[in-house]
Design a binder for this molecule. Structure first.
Ligand code: MN
Length: 190
């Protein structure tokens, strides 16, 4: 499995996510998950599998590391430089409004899910097979593909994602992240 290439520079997401956080999070944390997965793959039977299939079908250390690689790949590729008042448009905006009533209500529910997740994990917006959107919390390396969902958007609530910039203030970090969501990328995952 190869490291994804960031579609922006290390300082592009500041001040929402600093270059220092990004260099550790991408350069150290993700790199370690990729290295651990690559070390575990030989002889596992998953050498030629797609990442999503490994996450769904494997167990133990392979599943944890594959899950974290998939999660971070989706996470890092959904951002762009901060935009004040950044909101979804088009099809994804219509689906969110239809499901949650309004973007503000969706944002409130998504932030509350992330803030209330105990310990380490991820909050997700996913699509069901029937087209409905759903917010889920996944602990540790969990990914919605394990529930048969299609992941669209995720906020990482492991402390390594925000501690350098926000210390213990996870809710402040979550509410700042909306400025850097690239909704065209999110919509492309539908
Ligand atoms: Mn992370």
């Amino acid at each position: 499995m190869e490291m994804i290439v960031l579609p922006y520079s290390l300082d592009a997401l500041a001040p929402v996510i600093s270059a220092e956080t990004l260099s550790y999070h991408y350069g150290k944390h993700l790199q370690t998950y990729v290295n651990n997965l690559n070390a575990a793959l030989p002889g596992s039977g998953f050498e030629d599998s797609l990442l999503e299939d490994i996450v769904v079908r494997s167990e133990g250390g392979i599943r944890n590391n594959a899950g974290q690689v998939l999660n971070h790949n989706l996470y890092f590729t959904q951002f762009r430089s901060p935009v004040e008042g950044n909101v979804p448009e088009g099809r994804i905006a219509a689906l969110i409004e239809q499901e949650f009533g309004s973007f503000d209500e969706f944002r409130k529910q998504f932030e509350a899910a992330g803030a209330s997740l105990f310990g380490s994990g991820w909050v997700w917006l996913s699509a069901q097979d029937d087209g409905h959107l759903v917010i889920t919390k996944e602990t540790n390396a969990g990914n919605p593909v394990q529930r048969g969902l299609r992941p669209l958007l995720t906020f990482d609530v492991w402390e390594h994602a925000y501690y350098l910039d926000y210390q213990n203030r996870r809710p402040a970090h979550l509410s700042a992240l909306w400025q850097i969501v690239d909704w065209k990328v999110v919509e492309s995952r539908l």
